[in-house]
Design a protein around this ligand. Sequence first.
Ligand code: NDP
Ligand code: GDR
Length: 327
Amino acid sequence: MPSALITGITGQDGLYLAELLVAKGYDVHGLIRGQNNPKRDLVEQLLPTVTLHNGDLTDMSSLLRALRDADPDEVYNLGAVSFVAYSWEQAALTTDVTAKGVLNMLEAVRLHTGDDPSRVRFYQASSSEMFGKVQDVPQHERTLLWPRSPYGVAKVFGHYMTINYRESYGMHASSGILFNHESPRRGPEFVTRKVSQAVARIHLGLQEELVMGNLDAERDWGFAGDYVEAMWLMLQQDEADDYVIATGETHSVREFVQLAFAHVGIDDWERYIRYDPRFMRPAEVDQLIGDRSKAEQALGWKPKVGFTDLVSMMVTADVEAIRSGWK
Ligand code: NDP
Ligand code: GDR
């Protein structure tokens, strides 16, 4: 039975990836941080066969202990401070977790595997935020990185450190440069879920307005359930490598909002929107669109869920969640 250790198992991607690996017959382990983490119950209910290990990406010995106890064939490093807007407010914490945490995990794997570092395959959750002020359209694996936030800078560090461990120690370490991916499990601080939750509440008469920042930003949005499949595929290759994972389509935040309202039959959506500069960022990533041709060729990976279906899925899930709370 293959085994895997997932950091960030309580997050959106961690849950989908754990479900995927359990379905594939893996013995799945997850790193869970903090005292009395409120998401422990959720993981235990959803994934009763998964073993949780206490640990934190900033605490190297906890990572070594988790590796010793789980003894995984594959490590998926998904843990991070992942909210871009927050990364300006806590830049040092973001650096400790999202940048140095990657080094800690790579070094822990290297120490754990001794003289055979390729024995454990490693996945790093890199991000399209590394492209920032984009230097190519669409963005691909060789596009110059120009991050625009402390989060983006931290991800660049993790990305190059992963490549460096591959080149220095022969580790099977791959980096997935994933573009935005969403789902009904997306954290409510991210724009898509903020919108889907608000639209559901407005539709059901529970909320009157939606307060937003920059509606002009454009993102390449896919479905998280599709994207975790790409992570797994990367670790099944003979050679470790880096891959862009994206739909190849870009849409504005405005389009997302408009479609979400249209899904519940509201066409005059603009009257519900209030602009608040609080949600603007010190530096914005204006447009992202990914070129996934390498992943499609080498991994045979393609997204299954399109933009319109993604928006419908998220709004429907939030409407149903509120209605089921009424029963
Ligand atoms: P989430 O924000 O949903 O999950 C982040 C996870 O990291 C949570 O499980 C969180 O734990 C954990 N974490 C935070 N701090 C620490 C720490 N100090 N030690 C250990 N774990 C920690 O992110 P997603 O699931 O959306 O993303 C997964 C990864 O992919 C992240 O690295 C993200 O930056 C990256 N990424 C995401 C994209 C997306 O569009 N979703 C696109 C590209 C990259 P807790 O629940 O306890 O807070
Ligand atoms: P992003 O996601 O920064 O792309 O990072 P987010 O959903 O936070 O923002 C997307 C775009 O929407 C604009 N926006 C708003 N954003 C939020 N959160 N709230 C608002 O009210 C709002 N109004 C407009 C933002 O300015 C931005 O342009 C996500 C994270 O998952 C990262 O961890 C990941 O690496 C990248 O995607 C790829």
